[in-house]
Design a protein around this ligand. Structure first.
Ligand SMILES: Nc1nc2c(c(=O)[nH]1)N[C@H]1C(S)=C(S)[C@@H](COP(=O)(O)OP(=O)(O)OC[C@H]3O[C@@H](n4cnc5c(N)ncnc54)[C@H](O)[C@@H]3O)O[C@H]1N2
Ligand code: MOO
Length: 399
């Protein structure tokens, strides 16, 4: 019987990983200025101590701590220059913010905490060891691992790379995707959605999701529910990209051709058709030659969730991508019944009340898209669970 046996999400993920074991992602060298959101393909260690010298964090006077309140000013440090000056307990040296702390000094007293008359300084307060000093290597030490392979680069990472003089880095090449939107009813954005027609949502949502995970879209087209037309479009897409996404036609309807088209290529291998996930049941995971071909459910929410659960996580695993924390605990605000044995990715919105975070289940069906916009994340309801209970604490995964 059709779809009588569905793979669990874990089984499907495993089949995807095993089937695409040989799928490799090339690397390239780029300038760091082009590195935002790119995925590092190398470990990066610091080649220097930063700061490279003991550095003042304030405009003030370098002193050596003692009970002596009155100090003789014996000179000043100039920015960007090495100082050979050295002090003892009854002396002080002017140091600007960022300037080199002279030998013998163990603290900087701020200008506003002293009285100066000619070359005599009166300290109005005592200071602690290391006050207002960044010691050599405080920020990073020579040889320290700064970023691991798989790091998705942020603006501060780019700044850190600049600080160690690294102008070029090795990153993974952007994967190229093709999107084929299938359906006799699908029209492009500038056409009217009347007489049973609907606008192509998936091309736009998927394209931007692809960009978000660091890929790029090489081609996209709308194709009618016609075997030959879809086969030709798939052949074109296979030539242009690493990953082909076919949205719609992945189910078992009379005019659902995605599976048949994939199987019509001699070098194709279908690993998964039908997953115990809601939304996303008719998902197809396959390869044609060395290219990945995914049959995404046409329903807009389903296609985006399936993209996240399978494609994004496949690439995350492959490249060991570290996004940091992408979930939080929240209290379920109202009971929510779930009448399916499929593992459910239930959309929720979040609200804060007196310091607690609440998750409110969003009602709607996977054929909608705006429901996803109203959501902040999703809660996973396991296949054996009957739903969500008001008051229980659950993980909310961000979209
Ligand atoms: N007999 C069964 N029918 C269905 C089953 C099933 O198990 N047995 N599963 C249902 C589930 S779950 C889903 S999900 C859908 C997915 O079906 P398809 O992947 O074949 O998608 P289509 O039928 O082509 O389209 C479904 C729906 O989505 C709209 N759509 C399609 N493409 C787009 C697009 N690019 N932008 C916006 N909307 C799109 C389309 O108009 C349909 O309304 O199958 C169920 N059926
Ligand atoms: O799996 Mo479908 O995506 O539930 O509507």
């Amino acid at each position: 019987m059709i779809f009588s046996k569905l793979d669990s999400i874990d089984q499907a993920k495993l089949k995807f990983e095993k089937g695409l074991e040989d799928f490799t992602i090339e690397t390239e060298e780029i300038n760091i200025i082009d590195g935002l959101d790119r995925i590092l393909a190398q470990d990066i260690k610091s080649n220097i101590d930063i700061p490279e010298f003991n550095r003042s964090t304030k405009d003030g006077y370098a002193v050596k701590r003692s009970n002596i309140k009155q100090r003789k000013i014996i000179g000043q440090v100039n920015m960007g220059e090495k100082t050979e000056l050295e002090i003892t307990t009854n002396q002080a040296i002017y140091v600007p913010t960022g300037g080199m702390v002279p030998k013998g000094s163990d603290g900087i007293i701020m200008i506003e905490d002293v009285h100066k008359k000619d070359n005599v300084l009166l300290l109005n307060k005592s200071i602690s060891f290391g006050e207002n000093i960044n010691f050599k290597g405080d920020e990073m030490k020579k040889g320290e691992l700064l970023f691991s392979k798989g790091r998705k680069l942020t603006p501060s990472d780019i700044g850190t790379l600049a600080s160690i003089g690294m102008s070029k880095i090795k990153v993974y090449k952007k994967l190229e995707f093709s999107i084929i939107s299938t359906g006799d009813e699908i029209v492009d954005i500038d056409c009217k959605a009347i007489n049973g027609k609907i606008r192509d949502v998936n091309k736009y949502s998927l394209s931007t999701e692809i960009e978000r995970i660091g890929g790029k879209v090489s081609s996209s087209e709308i194709v009618k529910d016609d075997f030959e037309l879809l086969r030709k479009a798939t052949k074109r897409a296979l030539e242009l990209s690493d990953i082909v996404l076919i949205s719609g036609g992945s189910s078992v309807g009379i005019k659902d051709y995605t599976l048949k088209v994939i199987e019509s290529f001699d070098n194709s291998k279908v690993f998964v058709h039908g997953v115990s996930i809601k939304p996303g049941k008719p998902t197809i995971i396959s390869k044609v030659g060395e290219k990945i071909v995914i049959g995404l459910p046409g329903h807009p929410t389903s296609s985006l969730i399936v993209f996240k659960v399978f494609i994004e996580s496949f690439l995350n695993e492959k490249l060991n991508i570290d996004y940091g924390v992408r979930k939080m605990k929240a209290i379920i605000k109202e009971n929510f019944e779930n009448h399916t044995s499929r593992e459910t990715y239930q959309l929720v919105s979040l609200e804060e009340n007196k310091g607690d975070f609440y998750a409110i289940p969003i009602k709607g069906t996977s054929g909608m898209i705006y429901t996803l916009s109203k959501s902040h994340g999703y809660v996973i309801i396991k296949s054996k669970e009957k739903g969500l209970k008001k008051g229980e604490k659950r993980d909310v995964f961000f979209l």
